[in-house]
Design a protein around this ligand. Structure first.
Ligand code: C2E
Ligand code: MG
Ligand code: MG
Length: 453
């Protein structure tokens, strides 16, 4: 007997099955257990990750060997996976299953030969212990999952009184307010041309200075923005601010380009090319001063559509880069068709490449592959002199990382860009920045030279 897994209208089918088992359980002393499995992955939004075509297939294969025939597994439309246990004695039983599931997902997933390091999180809810209705069981599991994510624990059992809206510090309303009330601000991190040792561009990285919670990283608020659709106005704001800054630098004789990150949802928006064109024209910055970065999985969500949107943007003269290359689901067939100009190797391969032979082999292969496709190769996460040397030897074109500079605020960056020849620093840390106001005066201080460049 096989388990019930559906790749089709997951949520609707699941609701039906849920109602059936709840109905059956009402006549017994047994309970119904629901596990909701979500996936966190460093450097990827959930949406990116779970849209990978082979992702849930791989997870499913692992789960098949762990669960019973009577359990139901469904891939939800948002990419999470729900497991329904129709007859359990209590929460201990469900926790046991959750631990087995976690065990089965411990080894990194291999997708198209690439290791994907994902962290499963599980929310657990029981009928009738946590709710007397089938409809709210999923909501309970959802709250528990959010709680597991927030506390970064492997699994969480729903507890009465959990209220997402109250407990989630990053609600949609607050993020909307943040955009309006100027609580978001931008940091800039340089990319270095490894041949000329000069700055080839700046990546723009967004931060949220929350009035109560302090500095919030994009890994926390970008997923909220993506889930709620606020990523669209947020990205337009980032684009606008970056281009305005680029113009200001230009007016002061500083010739530098800016790179803005896009999410998958931006690529879904058909009006994006026109919006970018309008921004460039209104602000008065030439298209070659703008680069856009997106992860391969953001593109692979709907590759045909992404290629159409990206081609229109590329036709404007804007540069495009694949971000975090090597971690996502990449199809070489599509890679060739993408209208991109550069490829950024994910920092997970670079951070320990001096010690990890496998990683240095992967980096070498990516550089060769990229060059064969006519792309410029950028290494992210360069933290040491040794890594820089290795990358030079491997003929990598550009590098970015704490070795040269952390992402720093605009004033510090201006100071930095004004002082030729380019001298870079690892002295301005984000920790410094965190403890100072977003646009405070400290950023002008502490710029030290890095003689080892
Ligand atoms: P990303 O685009 O891959 O950006 C690079 C991330 O690596 C940044 O993290 C940067 O601080 C970090 N990094 C750079 N050099 C090093 C290094 O040498 N060592 C280590 N360990 N890390 C390094 P950050 O700023 O926390 O941003 C995280 C991610 O959030 C970004 O990854 C990007 O995907 C996303 N993000 C940031 N701003 C925006 C935005 O405005 N829009 C969108 N859609 N995503 C954004
Ligand atoms: Mg990036
Ligand atoms: Mg990256």
């Amino acid at each position: 007997m096989t388990q019930n897994i559906s790749d089709l209208s997951g949520d609707a089918e699941f609701q039906l099955r849920l109602r059936q088992v709840v109905l059956a359980a009402q006549h017994t002393v047994k309970q119904v257990g629901l596990l909701l499995i979500g996936f966190d992955c460093p450097d990827h939004s959930l949406a990116d990750l779970t849209r990978m075509p082979n992702f849930s297939d791989s997870v499913w294969t692992r789960l098949r060997n762990t669960l019973r025939d009577s359990d139901t597994v469904i891939r939800r439309e948002n990419g999470e996976i729900a497991v329904l246990l129709p007859s359990v004695n209590g929460s201990d039983d469900v926790i046991l299953v959750a631990k087995k599931v976690l065990g089965s997902l411990q080894e990194p997933l291999l997708i198209e030969g690439l290791k994907l390091d994902v962290r499963p999180r599980i929310g657990i809810a029981l009928f009738p212990e946590h709710t007397s209705s089938a409809t709210t069981l999923m909501q309970r599991a959802d709250s528990a999952l959010n709680s597991a994510r927030r506390s970064k624990t492997d699994y969480t059992l729903y507890s009465h009184g959990d209220n997402d809206a109250q407990r989630s510090p990053l609600s949609m309303g607050q993020l909307r307010q943040a955009i309006v009330a100027d609580q978001l601000f931008l940091l800039y991190q340089p990319k270095i041309n490894l041949k000329t040792q000069s700055i080839s561009g700046l990546e723009v990285l967004t931060r949220w200075q929350h009035p109560d919670l302090g500095l919030i990283s994009p890994d926390e608020f970008i997923p909220v923005a993506e889930r709620t659709g606020l990523i669209i106005p947020l990205t337009l704001w980032v684009l606008q601010q970056s281009l305005l800054q680029c113009r200001t630098w230009g007016e002061r004789g500083i010739d530098v380009s800016v790179a803005v990150n896009l999410s998958m949802w931006n690529l879904d928006a058909q009006e994006l090319p026109d919006q970018i064109k309008g921004l460039l024209q209104n602000i008065g910055v030439t298209p070659d001063k703008l680069e856009l970065e997106m992860t391969e999985s953001a593109i692979m969500g709907d590759p045909q559509r992404a290629i159409r949107t990206l081609s229109l943007i590329r036709d404007l003269g804007v540069k495009l880069a694949i971000d975090d290359f090597g971690t996502g689901y990449s199809s070489l067939a599509y890679l060739k068709k993408l209208p991109v100009t550069s490829m950024k190797i994910d920092k997970s391969f670079i951070l320990n490449m001096e010690r990890d032979k496998d990683n240095s082999i992967i980096v070498r292969s990516i550089i060769e592959l990229g060059h064969n496709l006519g792309l410029k190769i950028v290494a992210e996460g360069v933290e040491t002199h040794e890594a820089q040397d290795m990358l030079r030897q491997l003929d990598c074109d550009e590098a970015q990382g704490f070795y040269y500079s952390r992402p720093i605020p605009v004033d510090a960056m201006t100071e930095f860009l004004k002082t030729p020849p380019v001298k870079l620093t690892a002295q301005l840390t984000e920790e410094n920045i965190m403890s100072t106001p977003a646009h405070g005066p400290m950023q002008r201080n502490g710029i030290l030279t890095n003689p080892k460049l």
